[in-house]
Design a protein around this ligand. Structure first.
Ligand SMILES: [Zn+2]
Length: 183
């Protein structure tokens, strides 16, 4: 399974992890990341090091932008208001996958470069250069995983992104089915 999260090896140097409760690699000192199998690869002879899924997340961002263009600029006049509301989760959720994936991977890279102490620290540092409004928006997207996922036990961008998107999809569904028709 791609989703099982583990830290059998340090994602930085590939050294085996002796105690699964260890916070840091006893060999190189880097914070131990709990990544999914999808995100681990053998690179330059090192087993179990971080493999970025960045092209996948960039494709989701591109799909989100394309949906916005199609919905609001190309087909806007031919869509009813109700339909517009109903299909708005499409671009939003595509955007959540892309944004969450890119910023959690950025956090992982900051940890591996020893520029962040933990994944949480990497998320804060990774979004620090954004303009305030965007930073708030990205922060808002991450509220869901922080409430549901223990980032010390799971630091897999893939798993965090999947959970975050599922939470947002459920919230939007509740809103569109339960609250919006009553407005
Ligand atoms: Zn290491």
């Amino acid at each position: 399974m791609g989703i099982r999260v583990h830290a059998l090896r340090c994602a930085n140097c590939g050294a085996p992890v002796e105690d699964p409760k260890e916070q840091r690699c006893s060999f190189c000192g880097v914070y131990l990341l709990r990544l999914s199998r999808l995100e681990l690869a053998t690179i330059d002879g090192k087993v179990g090091v971080f493999r970025s899924l960045r092209p996948l997340y960039l494709a989701f961002i591109a799909a989100a932008v394309l949906s916005v263009v199609l919905i609001y600029f190309v087909f806007f006049d031919s869509l009813s208001e109700t339909l517009l509301v109903r299909i708005s989760p499409i671009w939003f959720l595509l955007g959540v996958v892309g944004t969450c994936g890119l910023y959690t991977e950025k956090a992982v890279k900051l940890v591996l470069a020893q520029k962040a102490e933990t994944l949480q620290d990497g998320l804060i540092k990774g979004t620090a250069s954004l303009p305030l409004l965007l930073r708030l928006l990205v922060g808002l997207i991450f509220v869901a995983p922080r409430l549901l996922i223990n980032l010390n036990k799971t630091s897999s961008p893939f798993w965090i992104t999947t959970t975050t998107t599922a939470v947002w999809a459920a919230l939007l569904y509740l809103f569109l089915v339960g609250i919006f028709p009553a407005l």
